[in-house]
Design a protein around this ligand. Sequence first.
Ligand code: HEC
Ligand code: HEC
Ligand code: HEC
Ligand code: HEC
Ligand code: HEC
Ligand code: HEC
Length: 344
Amino acid sequence: MQKNKKLISVVMVIIAALVIPFMGCAKKDEPAPDGKKDEEINQAQAIYVGSDKCYGCHTGKEEEVSANSHGTAFKSLESFNVKIDEQIKVYEEVKDGEPKTYSLQDAKIAGVMSDHYVIGALDDKYFRVAGVHLENGQWKLEPADTKDINNDGTEDWLIKGYTCGDCHSPGLAQGPEKIATAEPGFSCESCHGPGSIHVTTKAKDAISNGKEACVNCHTASEPEVEGDILIAQNHYGTRSWFDSNHNKGSAEDCLNCHTAHSVNSEGKMLIQNSAQEVCGNCHGNAMNAEDLMWVNPTDARDHFTKDHSFGKYPYEAYDDDPETKPVEIRNPDTITKMKKKMTK
Ligand code: HEC
Ligand code: HEC
Ligand code: HEC
Ligand code: HEC
Ligand code: HEC
Ligand code: HEC
């Protein structure tokens, strides 16, 4: 998959960035030219230790991070107070064969992603095993998908693949063998990298400052193409950022407007309390943030990130059909411009 390839190449670049500066410092007994010690030279061997190990020295950070949208992106099933009925059977659709059946109760539930997707392991592989939704103030369990898979005339609970972990539950994505030490959702190490060497040496160079992490996940995910129309999905939001003149090519650019940990009075990771104030830092009061950063008018769950092209692609430039749910990009000129960006 394109998305995975992109992620892999980003990971490779990060590994290279971590490893290359230490290459050529091989002589064991001498300090490296810029004063780095042996421990730092071995940073590539650092492993994940879990956020608990960080709190003792970095007080206050736990509270900051657990309150923001990363900290709340993946929650325990217990926090939804739903019971799993032992009668519930779930099916896995198997290519060229009989569907596999499991009891939902046997799934090792890892948690709930984005207040909706219940993630669990069956046969040591992660699946979206069910969903939750809010009904009259009460959380209810629902199927991840349905299909009459055993042809008995009733809809059965179908499980779906889970390829979302790299970005939505980075702890799980580290694989079952590392789960013993890492929390399933976001941790300090999701952005700062594995910390085993830093926690013992306290060395600044043994931990990433996190500034390059944002675009690992907030990528320019590609829209679906249906004939001459591009359909912008929920991962489309910040893609237009890559066309904006605010983007100087560094992931660090996000931090001109966003915070890394703390939230503002509205619960958002913004450096000030409103978009308007943020723009005002550099543009004065004339800039109208709401006009420039449009919201998808037909997105019921507010999945779309406000447009980050900063004027490059006003809503009108899309020629969207407001009657339908996703944003369609029907304007041929806009499609041509965007396709150019997509093939870079
Ligand atoms: C034993 C105490 C200790 C523990 C445990 C610890 N740190 Fe640190 N950390 C420090 C100190 C001291 C510094 C400042 C180093 C300096 O400025 O030279 C620091 C600096 C940092 C920085 C700034 C790096 C930079 O480039 O500016 C980050 C990020 C960080 N720590 C993250 C973590 C994370 C994540 C964990 C858990 C995996 C962790 N720390 C655990 C003591 C600790
Ligand atoms: C490359 C990283 C990446 C992958 C892989 C990924 N997502 Fe996302 N997802 C994000 C980011 C970043 C956001 C935050 C909003 C945005 O940028 O649009 C997000 C937001 C979402 C939202 C909206 C959340 C909300 O509360 O409004 C949903 C729903 C979602 N993703 C579902 C999925 C599903 C399902 C999968 C797997 C099939 C998946 N994502 C895979 C990065 C990713
Ligand atoms: C979403 C990514 C992300 C997560 C998750 C994250 N950080 Fe950070 N952190 C950053 C970035 C980016 C910076 C640099 C911010 C700056 O310089 O403006 C930073 C800076 C720091 C610093 C040095 C500056 C300061 O604020 O003291 C420490 C220490 C730190 N983080 C610790 C932690 C700890 C501990 C956790 C877990 C509770 C954590 N971080 C989780 C991205 C993250
Ligand atoms: C490991 C992947 C990952 C990294 C790294 C990451 N994010 Fe996110 N971010 C997400 C996901 C996934 C969501 C959506 C969470 C949800 O709503 O379920 C999100 C949500 C957000 C939101 C808020 C959406 C809202 O509605 O409140 C902001 C702002 C944001 N990220 C900024 C950043 C910044 C800035 C950085 C770098 C310091 C960063 N992210 C690093 C995956 C990531
Ligand atoms: C020029 C300022 C600016 C820059 C740079 C910027 N953003 Fe934003 N971003 C905003 C503003 C303003 C909002 C809207 C917050 C609101 O209205 O509550 C926002 C919203 C978001 C949201 C969703 C929250 C929502 O409610 O829609 C995400 C996710 C996000 N930004 C991620 C990023 C990432 C990742 C980067 C870097 C690649 C980035 N942003 C760069 C200003 C910026
Ligand atoms: C950290 C300073 C800074 C902040 C904060 C900032 N801008 Fe900008 N903005 C710039 C600079 C610098 C340029 C000129 C970029 C160039 O041409 O190289 C610019 C250009 C623009 C442009 C012209 C179009 C373009 O892409 O060149 C628009 C529109 C714009 N900003 C909107 C916003 C909005 C809306 C906000 C608030 C969400 C915002 N800016 C926040 C620095 C900032």
